[in-house]
Design a protein around this ligand. Structure first.
Ligand SMILES: C[S@@+](CC[C@H](N)C(=O)[O-])C[C@H]1O[C@@H](n2cnc3c(N)ncnc32)[C@H](O)[C@@H]1O
Length: 323
């Protein structure tokens, strides 16, 4: 869980035990991204229903020069630190432009998924042979302390892909406060927020017709089977997504289709499921501009600039530290 003090490192086994022992049961979405999960997420990003990636890609492609200028990226050397970088496709657009402008920077992608980091490294080294790149594989909550280093360079931190939407409000504030604590006056934080819109459009993004999002969620049960010796029968669970307009958030669940018991050897424990009992998998919060400003204020930032796509579906918001 996000926290401003250095959190204890929990393991996959700890978190599964914790989540499946809770009422209601839950699993942490940070474990979605094993090899297969990263591959499925790449498919999700290409789905016609998943507007988020296209909207953010449009912002990066159409407003590259404005972003470069808002970052003051031509002024002095900086570290471009990306938290939860994934395959880095959108960031590649910025990097291409920054290199052409002869900006002096090192790109530092951080991701918990070794598979995603390997793919990114291979792709970026081929595409940008001149790029200075330092890859860190790990949990971004754990590497925050490393960011404190005073190497005299500015930090521009990227947190894209509406990743912040997977945090509850108090977690988001706590996470941004811990980022603020390692940032200096001229550092910047650039965040991708999915905006509120027709709930039908949002819901489809989490419940696509081809069932890729369902496979993505069910893959976490497969991962528990493989890595922790579980015996989940995937046929006995189904993916279910809702959008609640009162809280402006989509939520996804895996629903137990019958009464059943699942054994997980590494935990030396069995878990009982009632028929139709849910496992809560992920929240995807949708924002309006007031929420984005409030989040900045509560965590020690102000909004320097917002960049929107042509449909106002999405915004990348540039936060600067308040002194
Ligand atoms: C929704 S994807 C977004 C990927 C990319 N930023 C984009 O916009 O396409 C989330 C990424 O964050 C990574 N991630 C999730 N939780 C993480 C954590 N606690 N520490 C580091 N990486 C994490 C996942 O492995 C995944 O690659």
């Amino acid at each position: 869980m996000p926290s401003s003090s250095k959190p204890k490192q929990s393991t996959f086994a700890d978190d599964v035990l914790n989540g499946l022992s809770a009422m209601p049961k839950f699993l942490s979405s940070k474990y979605f991204y094993d090899d297969e999960g990263s591959r499925l997420f790449q498919e999700i990003m290409k789905l016609p229903e998943y507007y988020l990636t296209r909207a953010e890609f449009e912002i990066f492609s159409e407003q590259t020069r404005e972003i470069f200028s808002a970052f003051n990226a031509g002024d002095s050397a900086f570290d471009l630190i990306e938290l939860g970088a994934g395959d880095g496709t959108k960031t590649a657009v910025l990097i291409d432009y920054f290199l052409k402008q002869l900006a002096n920077f090192t790109y530092m992608p951080v991701d918990i998924s070794a598979e995603a980091q390997n793919a990114l490294a291979e792709n970026f080294r081929a595409k940008f042979p001149d790029l200075s790149i330092q890859i860190q594989t790990g949990d971004y909550f754990q590497i925050l302390g490393n960011l404190q280093s005073n190497n005299g360079r500015r930090k521009i931190i990227l947190f894209l892909g509406s990743n912040i939407g997977n945090f509850r409000q108090e977690q988001a504030v706590s996470f941004f406060k811990s980022l603020r604590a390692v940032m200096n006056e001229n550092d910047l934080l650039f965040i991708g927020f999915d905006l509120q819109k027709d709930p039908r459009v949002i819901l489809k993004a989490y419940d696509d017709a081809q069932g890729i999002t369902a496979a993505f969620n069910l893959n976490l049960l497969k991962r528990i089977n493989r890595e922790l010796g579980g015996n989940f029968d995937l046929e006995n669970f189904s993916h279910y997504a809702i959008y609640r307009p009162t809280e402006c958030a989509a939520r996804s669940f895996l629903i137990s289709r019958k009464e059943q018991t699942v054994r997980i050897e590494a935990l030396n424990k069995s878990f009982d499921f009632e028929a139709w009992e849910p496992i809560f998998m992920e929240i995807s919060q949708k924002y309006n501009l007031k929420m984005i400003e409030d989040l900045a204020t509560q965590s020690g930032f102000s909004v320097k600039q917002n960049f929107f796509d042509s449909r106002n579906y999405y915004t990348d918001s540039l936060y600067k530290p308040v002194l």
